[in-house]
Design a protein around this ligand. Structure first.
Ligand code: FAD
Length: 296
C-alpha cells in the first residue's frame, strides 16, 4: 500500500518506528519487537537505515518481514551520504522485489570517521529523490523526506532550510516526517511557514517519548532540538528514576499527541525506538481518540 494514498485522507493515522539492532541480545529479540509493534496495528511502521551501511541489509529484511509476516505496510529508510549510485539502485531493486514501495529518502548523518562529502555520493537528499524518480519504475515509488520544525542543525538560517526543503519536495517527495519536537507551538509555526512556502504535501508529526534522559540529551545536542522548560523540569525531577521517568515520558508524549490532534494534526509518528511497550501505553491512553470508530 502506498502511504501517499493513506496520508492524503483526513483520517487520523498513527505509525511507529523500528531500528535494526547492530548485534548482541537486541538482535536476538528483534522479531519479538517486530511482532509486538505490529500487534499495535499502526497504519505503517518505518525501519531506519544505518547511514554507514552497517545495518542497511537488515532494513530490507525487517521491512519485508513486517509486510510478509505481519501484514503491516513498511516504510524503508534509505540514506545516500555513503552509498554510490550503483549501491542505491541495487538496494532499491531489492526493496521493490520484496514488495516495498514506500521509501524515506534521506541524506543521512555525515559519519565523523571518514572523508566526507564523498565525491562519488550524493550530498543532499534532494539529489537522492531525483535519482530515485529517474530509476526505472521510480515514478511509482512513494517517497517521503525528513523535515525539521526547528530548522536542520547544519543550516544557519531557518528560511534557507525551508528553501532547501521546498526544493526537495518539488523534486518528487510525496510526504514529510518531522524531526522530534517537544513544544507543539514549534510545530504549528513550522506548518504555517511550510504552507506559506508552498509546501503542501502531508506532514507527519514525529513524537519522541522521553524515557531515558541521557539518551535524549545526546539526541537533542546532535539535532538541535530544544527541550522546553516544562520537559526539562520533568527530566531534572525524574531522570534518575527509570520507572518514574518512563511514566512521565509516556504522559508527556500522550499530552503532546492529544494537543496535536485537538489542533487538527492528523498524522502522528511515534519514535518507538524498539520499545513497543511504550508505544502501546501511549496508544492505549489515547485509544478512543486515535481510533475514534473502534477500528484497529
Ligand atoms: P537534506 O534534506 O539533504 O538536508 C541536510 C542539510 O543540507 C540541511 O541543513 C539542508 O538545509 C541542507 N541542504 C539540503 N539541500 C541542499 C542543497 N541542495 N544545497 C545546499 N544545502 C542543502 N539518519 C540515518 O542515518 N538513518 C535513518 O534512518 C534516518 N531516519 C530519519 C528519519 C527522520 C524522520 C528524520 C527527521 C531524520 C532521520 N535521519 C536518519 C537523520 C538524517 O539523516 C539527518 O538529519 C541528516 O543530517 C539530514 O538528512 P536529510 O535527509 O534531512 O538531508
Amino acid at each position: 500500500m502506498k502511504l501517499s494514498a493513506l496520508l492524503a485522507q483526513h483520517e487520523i493515522t498513527v505509525s511507529c518506528e523500528l531500528f535494526p539492532p547492530k548485534s548482541g541480545a537486541a538482535l536476538e529479540h528483534v522479531d519479538d519487537v517486530l511482532r509486538d509493534t505490529a500487534a499495535l496495528a499502526p497504519d505503517f511502521i518505518s525501519v531506519t537505515y544505518g547511514a554507514g551501511g552497517s545495518t542497511s541489509k537488515r532494513t530490507l529484511e525487517l521491512a519485508s518481514r513486517l509486510q510478509d509476516v505481519y501484514h503491516v505496510p513498511a516504510l524503508a529508510h534509505l540514506t545516500c551520504v555513503s552509498s554510490t549510485r550503483e549501491e542505491i539502485a541495487a538496494m532499491v531493486g531489492r526493496l521493490r522485489q520484496a514488495g516495498i514501495e514506500n521509501i524515506l529518502a534521506l541524506r543521512g548523518d555525515i559519519p565523523q570517521d571518514a572523508q566526507f562529502p564523498r565525491p562519488d555520493c550524493f550530498h543532499y537528499a534532494n539529489e537522492l529523490v531525483s535519482f530515485l524518480r529517474s530509476l526505472e519504475g521510480g515514478a511509482d515509488l512513494c517517497i517521503g523526506g525528513a523535515c525539521y520544525p526547528e530548522g536542520h542543525v547544519e543550516c544557519p538560517h531557518f528560511y534557507t532550510d525551508l528553501d532547501n526543503l521546498k526544493r526537495k519536495v518539488d523534486t518528487g517527495v510525496d510526504f514529510l516526517t518531522t524531526q522530534m519536537f517537544f513544544d507543539n507551538d514549534v510545530l504549528y509555526r513550522f506548518l504555517f511557514r511550510a504552507l506559506d512556502h508552498g509546501i503542501t504535501v502531508p506532514i507527519v508529526a514525529g513524537i519522541m517519548p522521553v524515557i531515558s534522559v541521557r539518551q535524549i540529551q545526546r539526541s537533542c545536542e546532535l539535532s538541535g532540538t530544544v527541550m522546553p522548560p516544562r520537559l526539562q523540569g520533568i527530566a531534572d525531577r525524574f531522570g534518575d528514576d527509570p520507572a518514574a521517568m518512563r511514566q512521565a515520558g509516556i504522559a508527556y508524549a500522550t499530552e503532546q499527541i492529544l494537543d496535536l490532534i485537538a489542533h487538527g494534526v492528523t498524522h502522528i509518528h511515534i519514535y518507538t525506538m524498539n520499545k513497543p511497550d511504550v508505544a502501546a501505553k501511549i496508544m492505549d491512553n489515547l485509544s478512543s481518540i486515535l481510533r475514534p470508530h473502534g477500528q484497529d
